[in-house]
Design a protein. Structure first.
Length: 417
């Protein structure tokens, strides 16, 4: 079409120039009154035609330049928006803030669009509203938390199929049954959705609305495709960081906890004892360290096997935890050895009460693999500040008293007079 216009304008200019030249030549060579006016009229008409052709060509050039400037400005704005989002991703800003900036950038370039980003909760398989700054609250509340369903609007189908879905008329499309009223209330007439996926896994949906019926043009589709790519980077990076943090936390827990019972191990107990001792020294409080060794545990392992022995240790753990406060610490430091930190107690009487509760609890029969099993325990305790001032001294004294009690089959804590 542009070539046709260019040829027409050139043809008009050539014709006008030819007419002017011919009129001037004729007026000079045939100097009669009639021919003078005739050729003068032709010359004037030809001049006007030439001016019109030149004006048309100038308009075309100016229009093309204007479009180029507009596109360059749009591209510049889009690039600035993309740079902003990339900077937020690099700075590890909250994901919802990043996605909101991305949506606002699109709406700034295309004010006629209203956009939102829905993340997918992979565990519950439902939509989570991440960004929708221009959509009314009534509509956002209706969408947030909906279960993934291929028949749920354009976004539901896009999430399930992993393909772009365009609904040119919301009110007439069957997928919007149940959402038509709230869409009309929000003045949304058409919708299309772009899935945000990575390695075959759908992470979310970029949803675009218009207040008029129709389909997106090529510029709008290109803009959304580029924005979806940035959203994919932001979401995938956030998921990767969360997975890394969970992995680090799991490794930290595994390094500080017993893998069988989940109780703190020796290293974590030592750290908590050190902190508790420091607190008690500053605030003149009392603490107790209690060492516990199970009686008759080895015969259970030998007779019933290690699987039953492991299950017995798990049940012992639950009974011990039920005998102490949530602020106290129960740790497993060996095969059938446990240690308990009673933090901020008033005196030895409280420790004796806890010891008796533990003895009564563990002497009750255990039901394991259809078998009824009886065990017992021996307990020894040491106190700050009465017995010692340092952690290693407290544990050493508690250990000695535990073995003393074990040799005497005593159920009470011994303490030197």
């Amino acid at each position: 079409m542009n070539n046709v216009r260019r040829i027409a304008a050139g043809f008009l200019m050539v014709c006008a120039g030819g007419l002017i030249a011919h009129s001037v030549h004729s007026a000079v060579t045939t100097p009669t009154a009639t021919t003078d006016w005739f050729y003068v009229g032709i010359a004037v008409f030809s001049g006007a035609l030439l001016i019109f052709a030149a004006g048309l060509h100038t308009y075309r050039v100016n229009s093309k330049l204007h479009n180029m400037v507009r596109l360059m400005r749009s591209a510049d704005v889009q690039q600035r928006n993309h740079n902003l989002v990339l900077a937020q991703i690099a700075a590890d800003d909250p994901l919802d803030e990043i996605l909101t900036s991305l949506v606002q950038g699109v709406e700034h370039i295309k004010p006629e669009l209203k956009c939102s980003i829905l993340r997918i909760n992979l565990e519950q398989q439902n939509f989570v509203l991440a960004a929708a700054p221009s959509l009314p609250d009534v509509y956002n509340h209706a969408i947030d938390g909906l279960s993934m369903d291929e028949t749920l609007g354009a976004f539901g189908e896009a999430a399930v199929t992993g393909k772009r879905v365009i609904n040119a008329d919301i009110q007439s499309h069957s997928n919007w049954y149940g959402l038509r009223e709230v869409a009309a209330q929000a003045e949304l007439a058409s919708c299309w959705a772009e899935p945000i996926h990575n390695h075959g896994r759908c992470l979310g949906v970029f949803v675009i609305y218009k207040t008029t019926c129709g389909e997106p043009d090529n510029d709008e589709i290109k803009l959304i495709e580029e924005s979806v790519y940035l959203a994919e980077i932001a979401i995938e990076r956030k998921l990767s960081l969360e997975a890394l943090r969970k992995s680090e936390e799991l490794h930290r827990i595994m390094a500080q906890h017993d893998s069988l019972t989940g109780l703190p191990n020796r290293a974590l107990f030592a750290d908590r004892l050190q902190q508790a001792l420091g607190y008690c020294k500053r605030h003149q409080r009392v603490l107790a360290v209690m060492l516990l060794d199970l009686d008759k545990f080895k015969p259970v392992n030998d007779h019933y096997g290690h699987a039953v022995g492991d299950e017995l240790l798990k049940q012992v753990t639950q009974r011990l935890l039920a005998c102490v406060r949530s602020s106290d610490t129960v740790a497993r430091i060996g095969g059938d050895e446990f240690v308990i930190l009673l933090h901020q107690i008033d005196d030895m009487t409280q420790a004796n009460i806890v010891s008796e509760k533990i003895q009564q609890s563990l002497t009750k029969p255990f039901s394991l693999d259809g078998q009824t099993i009886h065990i017992g325990c021996s307990i020894g305790a040491a106190f700050y500040p009465q017995d010692a001032q340092e952690t290693h001294e407290l544990t050493q004294i508690a250990d000695q008293r535990m073995y003393l009690n074990k040799s005497h089959s005593s159920s009470r804590i011994t303490h030197p007079i």
